[in-house]
Design a protein around this ligand. Sequence first.
Ligand code: CA2
Length: 189
Amino acid sequence: MEKQETTVRGGEEGEKCNATSEASAEKSRLVCVLHGPNLNLLGERDPAVYGMDTLSDIEDLMRERAASLGLAVEFFQSNREGVLVEAVQSARSEAHGIVINPGALTHYSRALQDALSILTIPVVEVHLSNVHAREEWRRLSVISPVSTGTITGFGVMGYVFALDALAGLFAKERRGYEHSGMPTVGDSA
Ligand code: CA2
């Protein structure tokens, strides 16, 4: 099968979730998957909290699900807040949806919050652990108010659920256009 997705990693300027595979962006909805600080260490430490899977395992799982949903996916990880803000800005014009695990930035990054708040595409916030069952400070997410929805505590499955959620929203959006000519992503109907 023709490979649809493009994988982008690291913090190089100009490489953040761009639709580098233009053909794929034309054929499928493009989902930009953003991983925040320290998530590059997954699988190396704290398996009791974050599981044994590495970031690469998660991306393989998502690629598989994306292919079955007819979505294109791109991945980007950075340990730097400003670089992630730039990735969100790039996704604004390139992607149809975002899946983001902002790591610890979840709890305090107003810069990331502002960047996401400008978007009109759906944003799914994902956490491997159940942030509400851990320390008090993890219960506050400054990202949740600017996300379409949040998935927390399902481990790596949460990323798969996030793709399912986006595929559902895209399908609903298409139906909305067909029926009324109006977009319906994010409404409560
Ligand atoms: O549960 C999640 O997915 C978190 O977003 C993970 C963040 C944490 O700060 C959030 O409160 C919840 C931490 C990511 C750090 O990942 C590590 C991976 C391996 C070893 C140590 C940290």
